[in-house]
Design a protein around this ligand. Structure first.
Ligand SMILES: [Zn+2]
Length: 306
């Protein structure tokens, strides 16, 4: 699939339709076609990230930054596609909030790899934190990707240690330990004194982008989705779509459109960061491809490009 396969007039229709107060059957059909087109656009984006290759993408086990980018990209593409599927069914659309949240977390990690995070972004710098950007000698995208991979391996190792040993498939602990040891060695050799990036680094990274005026909505959306992810949003899921205001009813069309927008803004920025890290010469073409397909929208990009 190429960008030319995406018909812009179809992608632009939901934005125009949202001004209508009455939501009709043809609006629903248009919306579902729009969602299908978004999946096509995601496939076109994937091809750019993979350097024109279709299907799977292989790299050495310790080839960075590729390895860390791909470890984030694989689940994120699934989350985006699953989010689109959920939004297409009013009964389950609200569950896409969780997909948005997962995409935002992955986006923050990718932004760390691409741009870094200076120590000045933190009120208190604690030992073990992986911080720095291009202004710090040796703090390259390769090193920052290792910081992330190390953090991932450490969390995996810690989680295994917390559960009943019978639940962990044989050989897993040894394999994870081996990976942790190898990454610790590479990380040290690259000159970072931290212990790996973690989930705790997500909010500061998004807050930094917001401070810099780059995709400022990402931080706020992440905060808004936090309650949902933690099961702490009681005033959610009201709907009058059936004529009776009820909790847990089919999602309102406007709510579904909003969820689709959040998925688009987050995922295509995520994909853009993959391109920025792995294929910097392709960023402009990528922006044009996505913006061209999403007529009527102004997407902001993680590197500040318009
Ligand atoms: Zn580090």
């Amino acid at each position: 699939m190429t960008a030319e396969d995406i018909r812009p007039e179809r992608l632009s229709r939901p934005a125009a339709a949202s001004a209508d107060s009455a939501y009709k059957a043809h609006d629903e059909a248009n919306f579902r076609r729009y969602l299908e087109d978004l999946k096509g656009l995601a496939l076109a984006a994937e091809e750019v990230i993979a350097g024109g290759q279709k299907g799977s993408f292989s790299a050495g086990k310790f080839d960075f930054p590729v390895n860390a980018v791909w470890d984030l990209k694989t689940p994120s593409t699934l989350h985006f596609m699953a989010g689109i599927e959920l939004v297409s069914d009013p009964r389950y659309a609200h569950a896409a909030d969780l997909m948005v949240r997962a995409l935002l977390e992955a986006l923050a990690h990718l932004c760390w790899i691409w741009f870094g995070e200076p120590a000045t972004n933190r009120v208190q710098v604690k030992p073990g934190m992986c911080l720095g950007d291009e202004g710090v000698g040796g703090c390259t995208a390769e090193r920052r990707a290792v910081c992330l991979a190390l953090g991932m391996a450490r969390v995996f190792s810690d989680n295994i240690a917390k559960v009943d040993a019978n639940l962990v498939p044989e050989g897993t602990s040894a394999a994870v330990q081996e990976r942790l040891d190898r990454l610790t060695e590479i990380h040290k050799k690259l000159g970072c004194t931290g212990t790996g990036r973690t989930w705790q680094d997500v909010r500061p990274m998004l807050a930094l982008l917001k401070k810099q005026g780059r995709i400022p909505w990402a931080h706020d959306l992440w905060v808004a989705e936090s309650g949902v992810a933690h099961g702490l949003i009681p005033d959610q899921y009201w709907s009058s779509v059936t004529g009776v205001t009820m909790k847990g009813g089919p999602a309102e069309p406007e709510a579904r459109k909003l969820l689709a927008q959040w998925l688009v803004k987050t995922y295509f920025n995520f994909a853009y960061c993959c391109v920025g890290i792995l294929r910097p010469a392709e960023t402009k073409r990528f922006r044009e491809m996505v913006s061209g397909a999403l007529t009527g929208w102004t997407l902001q990009w993680a590197d500040g490009e318009k």
